[in-house]
Design a protein around this ligand. Structure first.
Ligand SMILES: *Cc1c(COP(=O)(O)O)cnc(C)c1O
Length: 396
């Protein structure tokens, strides 16, 4: 196992040395006064990443899945109707979680590779005159298919129908990598985690919670203890935590926020876009196609790429690992065997992206794919040579 090679899975992502060092701290007492000095600015600065001024940032020692559960249990009651579209493995898992919590889950089935169907949501919301739908759940970036959805359009559908449903958004694989605007889009609970755009170890669910969602907690009767928003918000307000906080991850968050805000969020998004465009240029040169159906859906954090007929994407991913010690994403759910994924988010440069493209080309050549070795790398090189960090053409 060569631990110098980056991973090209769409999370957990590569941890920059600065963040690994930041997390390597000795235990200190979280009830001592200096924990407050660490916690409060971290929560404040995380709001900037969600682009919220009115929301509250709530964290739990958990992964993103715990964040999904917290969103549901703090705001809804048994039997409440929620509306959600299934268009990939992550929306599928959120549906499963809602069903296990005995919600009345209305699912709009969409083809994998498409995005959140704002038009179908609009139709359904307009028909729901009695306001039975209590929440609308949307996966911003479907990591299984490399599809980014338009959350602004979903908000527009809610507003146009004058519908009071809460809007929950899974932004686990988009926050801190792709533009996300919690306040502008009227998102009530935004769910993320430490191990993707924040480039940290797994272990912290990171949520942005609106005033409306916090206010829903009193009436909501689904059981929760560990994930109670009110316990966490009250403790945090006085600088504490209702149980033992993941101290090392808070040190990591401090450093991660310093990196992200130091680079500038818009620059972070532009870097992800440029790297992704290079990857997409390679896919085009290979003659392969993305699962994402149209360019407006292309994700800047992960590309899911169909393998040619007669090939198995899982064999390709396994071979790249066995032969070259480099991890790519397997096809999930309906995409199993049909598509592999290149994760291009977090701590990544154009140079690192080129190494991943070169590796998967070698693996494809080994397995006799009808792909010309070097073609994708060359296309990405051309794109990176001609663009600067903002994806614009460089001056000659
Ligand atoms: C990674 C991911 C999750 C959360 O998964 P965990 O393993 O629980 O952190 C949720 N949604 C999406 C879109 C993801 O990419």
């Amino acid at each position: 196992m060569n631990n110098q090679n980056p991973v090209f899975i769409p999370g957990p992502t590569n941890i920059p040395d600065r963040l690994r060092h930041a997390m390597a701290v000795q235990t200190t007492d979280h009830r001592a006064p200096d924990f407050v000095e660490l916690l409060k600015p971290v929560l404040e600065d995380t709001k900037k990443v969600f682009k919220t001024t009115t929301g509250t940032v709530i964290t739990f020692p958990a992964s993103g899945t715990g964040g999904w559960e917290a969103a549901i249990t703090n705001t809804l009651s048994a039997g409440d109707k929620v509306l959600i579209a299934r268009y990939g493995m992550f929306s599928h898992r959120w549906i499963d979680l809602c069903q296990r919590h005995k919600l009345d889950v209305e699912v709009i089935e969409c083809e994998w590779g498409s995005g959140a169907p704002a038009d179908l949501f609009a139709e359904r919301l307009n028909a729901d005159k009695a306001h039975e739908i209590k929440a609308l759940l949307v996966t911003h970036n479907e990591t299984a298919t490399g599809v980014k959805s338009d959350i602004g359009a979903v908000r527009f559908a809610l507003d146009a129908a004058n519908h009071p449903a809460l809007l929950f958004v899974d932004c686990v694989s988009s926050l801190a990598s792709i533009d996300f605007r919690m306040d502008e889009w009227g998102v009530d609970v935004a769910v993320s985690g430490s191990q993707k755009g924040f480039m940290l170890a797994t272990g912290m669910a990171i949520l942005g919670v609106s005033e409306k969602a916090l206010a829903a907690a009193d009436a909501a009767d689904l059981p929760r203890t560990f994930f109670d928003f009110r316990d966490m918000a009250q403790s945090n307000a006085s600088g504490g935590f209702p149980y033992t906080p993941p101290l090392q991850l808070f040190h990591g968050m401090r450093a991660s926020l310093d990196m992200l805000l130091g680079e500038g969020l818009e620059n972070v998004f532009a870097r992800h876009h440029r790297i992704a465009e290079g990857v997409r240029a390679a896919v085009g040169a290979w003659g392969l196609s993305l699962c994402a159906k149209t360019p407006d859906l292309y994700s800047d954090t992960v590309s899911a790429i169909y393998v040619p007929q007669g090939f198995d994407s899982n064999t390709l991913v396994n071979h790249a690992f066995d032969a070259y010690d480099v991890s790519f994403g397997v096809g999930l759910g309906e995409m199993s065997g049909k598509a592999f994924r290149i994760g291009h988010l977090g701590s990544l440069s154009d140079v690192m992206a080129l190494s991943g493209l070169a590796t998967i080309e070698m693996a494809m050549a080994d397995l006799n794919y009808p792909v010309e070795i070097g073609s994708g790398v060359a296309a990405a090189q051309e794109y990176y040579r001609k663009t600067n960090a903002f994806g614009l053409k460089k001056a000659a």
